[in-house]
Design a protein. Structure first.
Length: 329
């Protein structure tokens, strides 16, 4: 390390590595500005590669959250920023640099940005549409032309769907309280606040979908195509209803089991089921859409490892389907 000049980046880098290695708590580490700039440059080239280096622990690097505090020091907004202009002026040392170095050029380029809503996940604030000049002006004119009831109904729909997705995407214990989103609090028992969420799904959300459909169907003087554009499509409506009903049955059932202490709804996954049926279709060779009878033939080898009682109960439950027309081949 002594071979590098005192204020050179290689020397600062290895000094920071030694200091970070002996820190018991990584949060107490104070990173040198040159180290922050180098890490920002590295992350800008590949965020995935940056995380891979951090995870390997070969090098001690600041977290992406720490880097975000530096990149978001100035609020990003459309137009010219006085803060950024001041920082550029200070970094370029305009007041002290030679006159020949003050000659500059202004370059203009373009980039594609997401054409959707901007949502601040930290403050849970719906910022609005991406500012896109004429498109933004058109949206503003459209909003002014809409009645107050239409705007409030759109906001109500967004709020309902936000709560619905929150309730079914609880992924840890702390996010709900940190983000001030009560519908993302973890399910910890069948008798706590989560019962109110289940009641909301049943008495408010499902009723909202039903009332929406009825109110549109009761309107007169509109064509069928116009009525369909005012509604969710049948597949979406049925999917939301089935998801809610299944979730309402699942949560009390899980907490009726003696060893269940908490439940994170985002952990629900049907990948194993889809993988199982994918294997069944593969066993069917060219027949990728087997009927009930063919499926039972393919499924029988999987039953050999189970106790006879379970196999008997399963086959007994399938008898009504067999009697209704499915025949083993």
């Amino acid at each position: 390390m002594q071979q590098y000049p005192k204020d050179s980046f290689p020397r600062i880098f290895w000094q920071q590595q030694m200091e970070a290695a002996f820190r018991k708590n990584a949060r107490t580490m104070r990173w040198h500005p040159l180290m922050i700039r180098w890490c920002l440059s590295l992350r800008h080239r590949s965020s995935g590669a940056y995380e891979a280096i951090r995870d390997s622990e070969c090098l001690k690097l600041p977290s992406q959250r720490t880097l975000r505090d530096y990149t978001h020091y100035v609020e990003a907004k459309c137009g010219f920023s006085v803060e950024i202009d001041s920082m550029l002026k200070s970094a370029s040392k305009v007041d002290t640099c030679p006159e020949r170095e003050k000659c500059t050029i202004l370059l203009i380029d373009e980039m594609h940005i997401r054409e959707d809503l901007v949502y601040d996940k930290h403050s849970s604030e719906l910022i609005g549409f991406t500012n896109m000049a004429n498109i933004s002006n058109s949206l503003a004119q459209l909003e002014r032309s809409m009645s107050e009831n239409e705007v409030s109904e759109t906001a109500h729909f967004i709020g309902m769907m936000d709560k619905f997705f929150d309730a079914l995407n609880v992924h840890n214990f702390s996010h709900g309280s940190k983000a001030l989103k009560p519908f993302q609090l973890p399910y910890t028992s069948a008798t706590d606040f989560q019962l109110k969420i289940l009641k909301w799904l049943k008495d408010t959300f499902l009723c909202y979908l039903k009332d929406w459909k009825v109110s549109v169907q009761d309107q007169v003087g509109i064509s069928k195509s116009e009525r369909n554009r005012m509604l969710l499509n049948d597949a979406t409506q049925l999917g939301l209803e089935m998801t809610c009903q299944s979730f309402l049955d699942l949560v009390p059932f899980l907490f009726s089991m003696p060893d269940v202490e908490f439940f994170l709804s985002q952990r629900l996954c049907q990948d194993p089921l889809e993988r199982f049926f994918g294997l069944q279709r593969q066993r069917g060779s060219v027949d990728e859409n087997p009927n009930m009878g063919i499926h039972l033939v393919l499924f029988c080898p999987y039953l050999l490892g189970y106790p006879p009682v379970i196999v008997q109960d399963l086959l007994q439950s399938l008898l009504p389907y067999l009697r209704s027309g499915f025949q083993l081949s």
